[in-house]
Design a protein around this ligand. Structure first.
Ligand SMILES: C[S@@+](CC[C@H](N)C(=O)[O-])C[C@H]1O[C@@H](n2cnc3c(N)ncnc32)[C@H](O)[C@@H]1O
Length: 172
């Protein structure tokens, strides 16, 4: 029976049918508090709902991020807290489509713009630190010129968004 204060989400006979088809999952040990309906990937239309827990093999790690940065800046230690391109790629896959405009108004090491470009999104980045000149612009030039082969480059087979430019705009 559903727990106190809750009710059947589907008619009981439907739940029984799903149970019979072994489509009700009660956790690995069969004693979970709530049942979950099993769906096979072949039956899911329009992709899978994103999970809230993103392990490193799905979203990358800070170690990946440092390696990506070293790859771009030829071994130099470049930024203290870079994010892996993969995590931004996951975010952009969920939140945007081809050709969308991605704004990162705290551009940091430029990961968001780099990934957006690699994924065929247009982008605007804003940064007040000097690293816009030492890191972001050189990084994005490499991405636009197709010279950054690491990180999320495979996301769109190296096709860059043609209308992105790496000319800094200064606001008075
Ligand atoms: C943690 S980083 C952001 C990381 C980045 N979004 C990424 O894709 O990895 C934060 C950045 O915001 C910049 N920043 C802070 N205040 C700002 C402001 N008012 N306008 C523009 N950039 C700012 C800092 O200089 C720093 O580089």
């Amino acid at each position: 029976m559903p727990p106190k204060g809750s009710s059947w989400r589907r008619p009981p006979e439907e739940i029984r049918k799903l149970q019979k088809e072994k489509r009700i999952y009660w956790g690995k040990d069969g004693n979970a508090e709530f049942p979950v309906e099993k769906k096979f990937l072949s039956e899911v239309k329009g992709g899978v709902v994103p999970q809230t827990w993103w392990p490193y093999d799905f979203a990358g790690s800070t170690r990946n991020a440092s390696a990506e940065m070293k790859g771009i800046f030829e071994g130099e230690k470049t930024f203290d807290t870079p994010k892996p391109e993969k995590i931004i790629q996951r975010v952009l896959e969920i939140a945007t489509a081809d050709g969308d405009l991605v704004l990162d108004s705290f551009a940091g090491s430029g990961t968001t713009g780099a990934v957006a470009h690699k994924m065929g999104r247009r982008w605007i980045m804003v940064e007040l630190g000097e690293h816009i000149h030492t890191h972001i612009i050189p990084r994005l030039r490499k991405v636009v010129d197709g010279e950054d082969t690491g990180g999320a480059t495979k996301a769109r087979a190296g096709k860059a968004a043609a209308d992105s430019v790496t000319t800094p705009l200064r606001l008075a």
